[in-house]
Design a protein around this ligand. Structure first.
Ligand code: ADP
Length: 448
């Protein structure tokens, strides 16, 4: 643009001057022509250089933005930055040094064009070695980090020394050594690298911190799971023998007086509760373990529901509750891991049985919701679940305050159920039954 305007102005001036002195002084005309050509050449050269500088600046800016857009750790960011600079012929050798924690020393982190193995033995330097502003100079002798490549670059290379900035802090240094002045002679370009590359290292530091945190959390979670698993198993072994003795005592109740019978009943109740809790803990540990891999296949949900109902029937009869089973007569095919689905239905039925008062009603039904989904519902005529608690009850250890005193429990059964249904690719939620009790709905994938 500058070139076009300048040319237009010069052509105009030249035409006016030529007209004024035409036919009067031939040699004056000649001198004017020569002067005009010279000025035109200077303006064209200057404009071209500016254009090239702008294009190179834009190219480097593009490279640095690419670098910013991919999350990497500090070492990989340094290596990638130098690779990009080298690929674009910016410098013959370069080194990036990054500051340690706080104001720790800066340590060369990546280098290109340096002798093999130099990085492993490269000395650290204090952060004060980094000047505040990007520099461009031709020092003698070369600074220590440039020494290993100085000879190869002709003894006295040009050096761009660019502090890398994060806000107002300096977090590292980029030194680029060049055989002859290159585009890094542009102060604007050095400034651009200082801020953009600094931001890339800023991102890399955040990425590393987040990665470390995630790894720590994973380690903690593994340790917690191992601890819970071994604790649960340690408890289960002695508990099994206590339970066996409690059962023996229960069989022998005929020879006992009332007090002894009461004590045996309370012992049995306590042992049953404890083993239910331990089983829940083991289930929870198993569901959160990575080993849990569902093996979904096409199965008949009616069979699974009948089996679950048969398992729960004795407890239902004991509490004189009515069981209403509403399932199709013909098979209803679903795509699910039958082991996991049965455990979920047993958890829901066991809850319905425990939370519904004696003489109440428990319903179990299944029907196709549409071509892709089968819905299973477990309803009861118990106290129900307050609307604001219906999501919380799926959190581990969460229990509804109104019912927790009346019915012992661990608050784990529904957390296990949700995890299992998630693994099966289904959905589970709580609702209200027609009698005001609880309704639990489970949607699972129908077989196609
Ligand atoms: P637990 O029953 O061992 O406490 P769950 O995770 O199975 O643990 O249930 C979590 C909570 O949800 C229970 O403590 C109870 O407050 C509530 N709940 C679950 N099922 C029912 C139900 N059928 N009727 C009323 N409340 C229920």
């Amino acid at each position: 643009m500058a070139l076009i305007v300048a040319t237009a102005v010069l052509v105009g001036v030249h035409a006016a001057a030529s007209y004024a002195i035409a036919e009067r002084l031939d040699h004056a005309q000649l001198a004017l022509d020569a002067g005009f050509a010279l000025v035109l050449l200077i303006v064209a050269g200057w404009s071209l250089a500016r254009l090239r500088g702008d294009r190179e600046r834009a190219a480097v800016e593009g490279l640095l933005l690419d670098l910013l857009s991919t999350p990497r750790n500090i070492k990989d960011t340094a290596t990638e930055a130098l690779r990009l600079l080298a690929d674009h012929g910016i410098g013959d050798a370069a080194v990036v040094a990054i500051a340690g924690e706080g104001d720790g020393p800066i340590q060369p982190t990546a280098a290109t064009g340096y002798p093999r193995g130099w990085l492993d033995t490269a000395p650290a330097a204090g952060l004060e070695a980094v000047g505040a502003a990007p520099q461009w100079h031709r020092p003698k002798p070369a600074p220590p980090w440039v020494e290993p490549v100085a000879q190869r670059l002709g003894g006295r290379p040009w050096i761009a020394q660019i502090p890398l900035r994060s806000g107002t802090d300096t977090i590292g240094l980029l030194i680029v050594s060049l055989r002859r002045p290159g585009i890094l002679a542009h102060a604007g370009l050095r400034e651009l690298i200082a801020t953009h590359l600094g931001a890339a290292f800023d991102h890399a530091a955040l990425y590393e911190a987040a990665y470390r945190r995630e790894r720590d959390l994973e380690e903690m979670e593994t340790r917690r799971r191992d601890f819970m698993a071994s604790l649960s198993h340690e408890i289960r072994t002695p508990l099994t023998s206590i339970q066996a003795f409690a059962d023996l005592l229960r069989l022998d109740q005929g020879s006992m007086d009332d007090t002894a019978r009461e004590m045996v009943a309370s012992l049995s109740g306590g042992v049953d509760r404890l083993s239910a809790l331990v089983n829940d803990l083991i289930d929870l540990g198993r569901t959160s373990s990575v080993e849990l891999a569902a093996e979904p296949r096409d199965v008949d949900v009616v069979t699974i529901l009948r089996d679950a109902e048969a398992t729960l029937r004795p407890s239902v009869m004991l509490r004189e509750q009515t069981f209403v089973l509403d399932i199709p007569n013909e098979p209803l095919r679903v795509h699910v891991d039958p082991r996991l689905l049965e455990q979920v239905i047993l958890n829901l039925l066991s809850n319905a049985n425990r939370y519904t008062p004696a003489g109440g009603v428990i319903g179990l039904s299944a029907f196709p919701l549409d071509d892709a989904t089968v819905r299973i519902e477990v309803c009861d005529s118990g106290p129900g679940i307050p609307p604001e608690e219906r999501e919380h009850i799926f959190e581990p250890y969460y229990r509804v305050r109104e019912t927790e005193r009346a019915v012992p429990g661990s608050g784990l059964g529904l957390a296990v159920a949700r995890r299992l249904i998630d693994v099966c690719g289904g959905r589970i939620w709580a609702d209200q039954s027609d009698t005001g009790g609880a309704r639990f709905c489970v949607d699972i994938r129908a077989s196609v």
